[in-house]
Design a protein around this ligand. Structure first.
Ligand SMILES: Cc1cc2nc3c(=O)[nH]c(=O)nc-3n(C[C@H](O)[C@H](O)[C@H](O)COP(=O)(O)O)c2cc1C
Length: 378
């Protein structure tokens, strides 16, 4: 996830049961051309290889540039390279990559063939359903398997389903993919996962080899454990969101993502806190406003700790119960009418990355909010 699956976050997710993580998406051409961008991805701090298995995800549309970028990447630390054919954002349309590349089938197949020939590690792919329908999608996916992809993750939505139009994911389509190619390569289902019950249902309905979560795990990393199960009690029995935020801050201090953690430093860390603590930050009132202002202007992990202290006060005042916590950020585009309930306050908000493509900026130089270098210094 762009500027979000940084090393500290991957560590956190693994601690709570994720058994395969991806690097943030790497832009192949920028990786070859920009020294700072290259360094932010290539310097793994985790040389002990504790962070595995991990796939490095790339985007691009040129067979040679993609192969050169992947060769230049330190592939000894990763278990596969993945092609992003899922990104639906404007920048991907402009760059002819992500979900838009799926609509250039011949080019995509030639990219896969070239990578399989040129690289000494496995090549995997993340796809969406084509806007022209599932039959066209299946025909393309079969060609991709023929070309040599070793694993396919299917986000069961089309590229039109994003932001306010996200809507429900189609697990029946993912099942059709599993039926079509699941005997040749593992198919991973993506979309619609907010707790352990969803995971069980998804695996049952789709027959997929596994599930991928993005927004659910970003908001509450223990969703892969039994601590967030709806069927058993509807109650959260695992750590509360404040505890998770603090765990992340500690990992961020241990593995500063600016030094090899593959993200943009403070901007990335602030986004994580925004996701973990969304419900508190959006809850309205003076204390929540203060916490949002503080988070917006945070320049260090110490500042972010102060945000958690403010919210601890807020939770105490409100008689907050961890077992009653629910996912809020994940649900914002999934429950009808929920968007209107979002508190709109007249203070700067930490950017929510519905258009996560803007995050490239943080990695190759950009002025931060509240003045100074957007990358922070810690
Ligand atoms: C902040 C953010 C960053 C993302 N970055 C990527 C990315 O780099 N590559 C990718 O394949 N998908 C990316 N996605 C999309 C997710 O992987 C996933 O396909 C989508 O959110 C649907 O899954 P979910 O319902 O579990 O959230 C990103 C999503 C978010 C919210």
């Amino acid at each position: 996830m762009v500027d979000q699956s940084d090393l500290p976050f991957r560590k956190l997710a693994r601690q709570y049961g994720s058994n395969l993580c991806y690097t943030p998406m790497i832009h192949s051409r920028l990786f070859l051309e920009h020294k700072r961008y290259f360094e932010s991805f290539n310097l793994f701090v985790d040389e002990a290889k504790e962070d595995g298995p991990v796939f490095a995800q790339f985007c691009g549309n040129d067979p040679t540039i993609m192969a050169n970028a992947m060769k230049k990447f330190n592939t000894k630390f990763v278990d596969a390279v993945d092609i992003n054919c899922g990104c639906p954002q404007g920048i991907a349309r402009k760059g002819r990559y992500g979900a838009f590349l799926l609509e250039e089938g011949d080019l995509l197949v030639s990219i896969v063939e070239n990578l399989v020939k040129e690289l000494d590690c496995r090549v995997t792919i993340k796809v969406r359903i084509l806007p022209t329908g599932i039959e066209d999608s299946l025909a393309l996916y079969r060609r991709l398997v023929d070309a040599g992809v070793s694993l396919m993750t299917v986000h069961g939505r089309t590229r039109h389903q994003k932001g306010q139009l996200t809507g429900a994911v189609n697990w029946d389509h993912i099942k059709m993919v599993v039926d079509a190619i699941g005997d040749r390569i593992p198919v991973i289902a993506n979309g619609g996962i907010s707790n352990l019950d969803d995971i069980r249902r998804c695996l049952e309905i789709t027959g997929a080899a596994g599930v991928m979560s993005s927004e659910g795990v970003l908001e509450y990393p223990p969703i892969f454990t039994g601590t967030n199960t709806v069927a058993t009690s509807g109650k959260r029995t695992g750590p509360g969101r404040l505890a998770i935020a603090r765990e992340y801050i500690s990992l961020e201090e241990k593995y500063p993502n600016k030094q090899g953690g593959q993200a943009s430093g403070i901007k990335c860390a602030k986004s994580h806190l925004q996701h973990f603590l969304y419900e508190d930050l959006q809850s309205g009132g003076e204390v929540a406003d203060e916490a949002r202002r503080k988070l917006h202007c945070s320049k260090s992990t110490a500042d972010m700790r102060e945000v958690t202290d403010i919210l601890e006060r807020l939770q105490a005042e409100r008689g907050h119960k961890v077992e009653e916590e629910k996912l809020g950020w994940y649900m914002r585009h999934r429950t009808e009418g929920e968007d209107e309930k979002e508190t709109k306050l007249d203070i700067p908000q930490v950017e929510l990355e519905d258009d996560f493509s803007g995050c490239f900026g943080g990695m190759i130089g950009e002025t931060g909010e509240c003045g100074g270098d957007g990358d922070g210094d810690y």
